[in-house]
Design a protein around this ligand. Structure first.
Ligand code: TXA
Ligand code: MG
Length: 320
């Protein structure tokens, strides 16, 4: 049965034990909640796919406590080490060549020769990883294709009829999934934008990196599919006037006239605040049974690029 547990140190120990026994544990990271399984346990990893109804072809991110644990699983180039030093622990995932003998279930990589690794900064995630002492495979803790969870309640709503041990660490800070960077040798490609922006990556490496994740997307990263992160309601983006049958997802102070429900991602126009609120707002409008959402324009700069990326996927035709 899926139950939300307070994040006491006692419950974190119980969660680590549950993972060691092959159960699924949902836990907060600073980006979104993850649905975790012991990475070396083939059956546990398989149950992530069935629980999420996730296609077997979509590989998982492996979470580790520190760089030593990461280096046991993948090959780090000098460039990859620079990125790790700059952004770990934090909201970054590196896609790296996997060590042949890495002790993880083959289901994690879905047949790729690369593996996605992340060291989360969230204190609760760190404590869970350290208590378990082993890598945790964890995609976002939502039904496949649905909006990622930023609270324990979101996770519980998606998996009510399943068997997930949920650790409640409150709302996540960034609210968007990690920036995913493929880093083999000197080649650096952003596969998914996030709160670690293109400029931050360029600064860390002292050179320009590719800025268009749509051009550089890999065919074997289904999270990069056009329709993803979608609420039930239909979205209309860059709306400057609002129709009477639409709810409004606003941004900033200059809200156009509207008659239906309205949520403002950031009344002060802060992109960080908007990122943190985006998925909660989409879920809240779904809960309010809204069927159409008009979204105001959000500047395509800094983390605004990642916000627009998620909105475009949420607005894309659903069976494309
Ligand atoms: O912030 C996050 O990244 C959250 C937290 C829980 O860490 N996790 C997350 O996982 O968003 P998920 O599975 O929802 O998204 C991971 C993305 C997927 O689109 C997957 O296709 C891609 O990473 N991915 C995983 N392994 C890959 C690989 N070896 N090569 C390319 N893409 C990979
Ligand atoms: Mg996901």
């Amino acid at each position: 049965m899926t139950i939300v547990h307070e994040a006491t140190s006692e419950n974190i120990k119980t969660a680590a034990q549950a993972l060691a026994n092959g159960r699924l544990v949902a836990f907060p990271t600073e980006t979104v909640y993850g649905l975790g399984a012991l990475a070396s346990n083939n059956t546990a990893v398989a149950s992530i796919f069935t629980t999420k109804e996730r296609p077997q072809t979509n590989p998982l991110i492996v979470h580790v406590a520190n760089i030593e644990a990461a280096e046991k699983l993948a090959i780090f180039s000098d460039t990859a080490r620079k990125l790790a030093a700059a952004f770990w622990p934090g909201p970054m995932t590196l896609v790296l060549p996997k060590h042949m003998n890495a002790l993880v279930s083959d289901r994690i990589t879905a047949g790729n020769t690369t593996i996605a690794l992340r060291i989360p900064a969230h204190a609760l995630a760190q404590e869970l990883l350290k208590t378990l002492g082993q890598p945790i495979a964890a995609p976002s803790a939502n039904r496949s294709g649905h909006v990622s969870p930023t609270t324990a309640a979101h996770v519980a709503a998606d998996f009510a009829t399943r068997d997930v041990f949920i650790l409640d660490g409150g709302p996540t800070t960034h609210g968007l999934e990690s920036t995913i960077i493929a880093a083999t040798g000197d080649t650096v490609t952003v596969l998914r934008p996030g709160s670690i922006t293109q400029d931050m990556i360029s600064d860390a490496l002292g050179r320009e990196v590719d800025s268009d994740n749509r051009v550089t997307q890999t065919p074997n990263a289904p999270g990069q599919l056009a329709s993803h992160y979608a609420p039930n309601a239909l979205l209309r983006l860059n709306a400057t006037s609002i129709n009477s049958n639409e709810a409004l997802l606003a941004f900033g102070a200059n809200v156009p006239p509207h008659s239906g429900p309205m949520l403002n991602l950031s009344p002060t126009g802060s992109l960080d605040e908007a990122a943190a609120n985006l998925f909660s707002a989409l879920r809240a409008l779904d809960t309010a049974n809204v069927s159409r959402i008009a979204v105001m324009p959000i500047p395509k700069e800094g983390v605004g690029i990642a916000i627009n990326d998620r909105l475009e996927r949420a607005a894309a035709p659903r069976n494309a």
